[in-house]
Design a protein around this ligand. Structure first.
Ligand code: SF4
Ligand code: SF4
Length: 442
C-alpha cells in the first residue's frame, strides 16, 4: 500500500487519536517517520483500556503496525509498554519475532509516561524541541486503540462508529464497554451497575488530565473513561476551584520551594517551562521578564505540579493553562526556535511512581479490574459531535428525516485538517446543527 492510499482509508473512515486531543491520524502517515512508536504507557491512574485491548488483539494490532511501518518506510517500530503489564507483554512476545523491525521498549511505572514527548525520550533517547512535533525527530506516535481502528478500517472497511470507555470508581461493577459514538455518559455509566454514592460526579478522562462532565454529554472518539466520584473528592474539588482564588492563594502562600519545577517532566527534559518562576512572577505581577509567562506555552498540562508536587496545594497547571489561553487571545505567538538545554541529570530520581500518585490522589481503593465487554452496546439515541478532532469540524451531508445505516458517512471531511464522521446506530436523523447530528433508532 502506498502512503496516499493508507492516508485516504484512514481519513475517510474517520480515524483520529483515540484519546487526548484527537489528532487526525492520516497526517501521521508521513515518509519522514524513520521510527514509529506504539503508545501503551497508559499512565493516567485507574485506566487499563489500552493494555487490555493490546493483550486481546495483539496480533491484529502488531500486523497493522507493521503495515504502517512498511508504508512510511520506517526502520524501527517500537512498542512502548510498561514492564508491569505482564499479560500484555507476554501476548506481544508471542509474535514480535515475526516482525523484524519491531521491538518492545519496557517502561517504568511512572507518570506521565504516556506524554508522547516523555515516551519518545524513554523509548528512543531523542528529545523533541519545545513546541515541536515528534515528526521533526523522525518519530510518529500512535496509541493502541487508534491502531486497532486502523486495522478495522483497512481489513474490515469498518469506520470509527464506536468507542471503548472504562467506567470506574464509585460504581457496582467497574467495566470497559464498547458504545456507539454519541451515547450519553449517563447511559454509559449505567452499564457498570448502580453508582455507589449519592452525589456522583462524572469525571471524564483520567484523574490527572480529565474534566468534570455532564450526564447528557455524548461519548466522542476521544472519550477513554468516566470516573464516578463523590462530589467532595479532592480531584473534583480541585477542578471546581476558580482561577481568581488560585491566584490569590499563590500570592499569599507560594513559598518558592520549587518542588513543582523540580518534578516537572518537561522541565527535566530540558524544556524552558518553570512553574515556580511563573508562580512568583504572576503572584507578584512582575513583568520585568516576560519569559516565565511566554514559556507557559511549553506546559503539557500533565498536572504533576498541582496534583502531586505542591506542598501548599496550589495550582500552577491551572494558572498556566489560563495564561496560555490569554496569550492566544491576545495574538501572542509561542516563542519560536527554542533549543532545549541538556536533559537534567537528576531526572531519573525525579520521576513520579504511579503507586505514590494514586495514594496522593486518594484513588488506591478504586484500582480494580475493569474487564472489556467488546460487544457494541445497543442504544436508542445518539448525538454525534461534528468536531471530535483537532482541525475543522466535519460537514453534514444528511438532513432531518434521512434514514441512515450504521457506518454510513453522515459528515464529510472539511477543507484542511479534518476527517469524516459516520452514523453509529441505524435510524432516522432527527436533528442537524452546526455542532452535532442526532440519530434516533426507529
Ligand atoms: S511547589 Fe507550590 S509552593 Fe513550591 S514553588 Fe511551586 S507553587 Fe510555590
Ligand atoms: S502541568 Fe506542571 S508539571 Fe506538567 S508540564 Fe505543566 S508545569 Fe510542568
Amino acid at each position: 500500500m502506498d502512503i496516499k492510499e493508507l492516508q485516504k482509508i484512514i481519513q475517510e473512515n474517520g480515524v483520529v487519536g483515540a484519546g487526548g486531543a484527537g489528532f487526525p491520524t492520516y497526517v501521521k502517515i508521513d515518509e519522514r517517520a524513520n521510527t514509529i512508536l506504539l503508545n501503551c504507557a497508559e499512565c493516567e491512574p485507574l485506566l487499563k483500556l489500552h493494555r487490555q485491548l493490546l493483550e486481546k488483539h495483539a496480533y491484529e494490532i502488531m500486523k497493522t503496525f507493521h503495515v504502517i511501518a512498511e508504508t512510511v518506510g520506517a526502520k524501527e517500530a517500537i512498542i512502548g509498554v510498561k514492564k508491569s503489564y505482564k499479560d500484555t507483554v507476554n501476548a506481544l512476545n508471542q509474535y514480535v519475532e515475526e516482525f523484524p523491525e519491531m521491538r518492545l521498549a519496557l517502561l517504568d511505572e511512572v507518570y506521565p509516561m504516556g506524554d508522547e514527548i516523555v515516551l519518545i525520550y524513554e523509548a528512543t533517547g531523542r528529545v523533541v524541541r519545545p513546541g515541536g512535533l515528534p515528526i521533526e525527530e523522525g518519530v510518529a506516535v500512535f496509541n493502541v486503540e487508534t491502531v486497532y481502528n486502523i486495522y478495522r478500517a483497512v481489513e474490515k472497511k469498518h469506520p470509527v462508529t464506536d468507542k471503548l470507555v472504562s467506567v470506574v470508581a464509585e460504581v457496582e461493577h467497574p467495566v470497559t464497554v464498547r458504545v456507539p459514538i454519541g451515547t450519553s455518559l449517563q447511559e454509559v455509566v449505567a452499564m457498570a451497575g448502580k453508582t455507589t454514592v449519592k452525589d456522583a460526579v462524572y469525571f471524564v478522562g483520567g484523574p490527572m488530565m480529565g474534566n468534570i462532565g455532564t450526564k447528557n454529554q455524548p461519548v466522542t472518539k476521544t472519550t477513554n473513561a468516566v470516573l464516578v466520584l463523590p462530589e467532595d473528592h479532592m480531584i473534583v474539588q480541585k477542578k471546581m476551584r476558580k482561577p481568581s482564588i488560585d491566584m490569590k492563594r499563590a500570592a499569599s502562600i507560594c513559598c518558592q520551594c520549587r518542588t513543582c519545577t523540580d518534578l516537572c517532566p518537561r522541565h527535566n527534559l530540558g524544556h524552558p517551562i518553570d512553574p515556580a518562576l511563573f508562580m512568583r512572577a504572576a503572584a507578584n505581577q512582575d513583568f520585568q521578564d516576560l519569559n516565565p509567562y511566554l514559556n507557559a506555552n511549553f506546559c503539557s498540562s500533565c498536572g504533576i505540579c498541582e496534583m502531586y508536587a505542591c506542598p501548599q496545594s496550589l495550582a500552577p497547571r491551572s494558572l498556566l493553562a489560563d495564561m496560555k489561553v490569554g496569550l492566544k487571545k491576545a495574538g501572542v505567538k509561542p516563542p519560536q526556535g527554542v533549543v532545549p538545554v541538556p536533559v537534567k541529570e537528576s531526572r531519573e530520581y525525579r520521576k513520579v511512581p504511579e503507586e505514590r500518585l494514586m495514594a496522593r490522589l486518594a484513588l488506591t481503593k478504586y484500582d480494580k479490574e475493569a474487564p472489556i465487554d467488546d460487544t457494541v452496546a445497543e442504544v436508542k439515541k445518539v448525538s454525534i459531535n461534528l468536531s471530535q478532532h483537532i482541525g475543522a469540524p466535519a460537514q453534514p451531508i444528511v438532513t432531518i428525516g434521512d434514514k441512515v445505516v450504521i457506518g454510513q458517512m453522515i459528515a464529510k471531511p472539511a477543507q484542511g485538517l479534518s476527517v469524516a464522521i459516520h452514523a453509529s446506530i441505524a435510524g432516522m436523523v432527527t436533528d442537524v446543527t452546526d455542532r452535532a447530528i442526532v440519530i434516533e433508532a426507529k
